[in-house]
Design a protein around this ligand. Sequence first.
Ligand SMILES: [Zn+2]
Ligand SMILES: [Zn+2]
Length: 318
Amino acid sequence: MSIIHYLRLAAATMLALIGLAQPAAAHEHPMSFDEMIEALGWDFDATPITTEQVGDNLYVLFGVGGNIAVSVGKDGVLIVDDQHPAMIPKVAEAIAGLGGGAVDFVVNSHWHFDHADGNIALGEQGAWIISQINSRRMNRVDRSINLVGVGTYVQQAYPPHALADITFNDLMQLHFNGERVDLLHFGPAHTSGDTATIFRGHNAVHFGDVFNAGYPFIDVDNGGSLDGMIAFCSAVLAQIDTDTVVIPGHGPVSTYADLEAYIEMLSAVRERVAALIAEGKSLEQVVAAEPTKEFDQRYGSPASLLDRAYASLGGAGG
Ligand SMILES: [Zn+2]
Ligand SMILES: [Zn+2]
């Protein structure tokens, strides 16, 4: 598969998740899983796993859902995020193609279905699942996710075997395949349980959905916040350097400069939306003021970001 094709797939997945690929549908009631994947344009059967090498033994897999980082080496296989059970056979095939065997460790960047549902298959197969402590808590109960412009999806509680076996609060370090792997949590951001995974030997970081190639979705109803997104990204930026490979939750592999630009964008939008809220503007008035205008060409439609930014900054409602 060509690079263009998989970038297109990755972009489609990302855009779909933040509500751009389909016209806004007024779902009064929570969507079923099947309704949601139809609205997102997902097709587990038709979508292959494609692989991009980003280091000696570090790879990114693209499929349906969040990007998967894979470390393959003498200690075994560690992955960050696992998409969906229907994709796991294809993920396993891709890992076998890289010389790896069964997955030993799964790090969940966070608990959202498009990053962690694969736990249901991998937990059963004996992989050790690791997450930030709040992320595991979220997976233990049904959680309603407001996918702005797409609908509301109630992510069901995971069965015990799909819950994290090992949790941490702010920092965990693994020494695996010849490098130190830092799992870092810097407070609420995209959700309340996000992890950035830094592969120190490879100088690469997997961000989960705190950093996306397009405008982010902020799960404000589940502890996320715009200020938290900016703080989290800035904290990771301080941990890496200009050569670091930056793997977003969705979209193509990116750079330090991309992350820097993203933080500047979020900070500018935050200031503008906060000022408009202080003037008593409604959400509709904030949208009409186009506070993201010069960024839209790069990041896409701001509808979801503005809706969640408004909620996050305490806007009164439209
Ligand atoms: Zn995601
Ligand atoms: Zn997410």
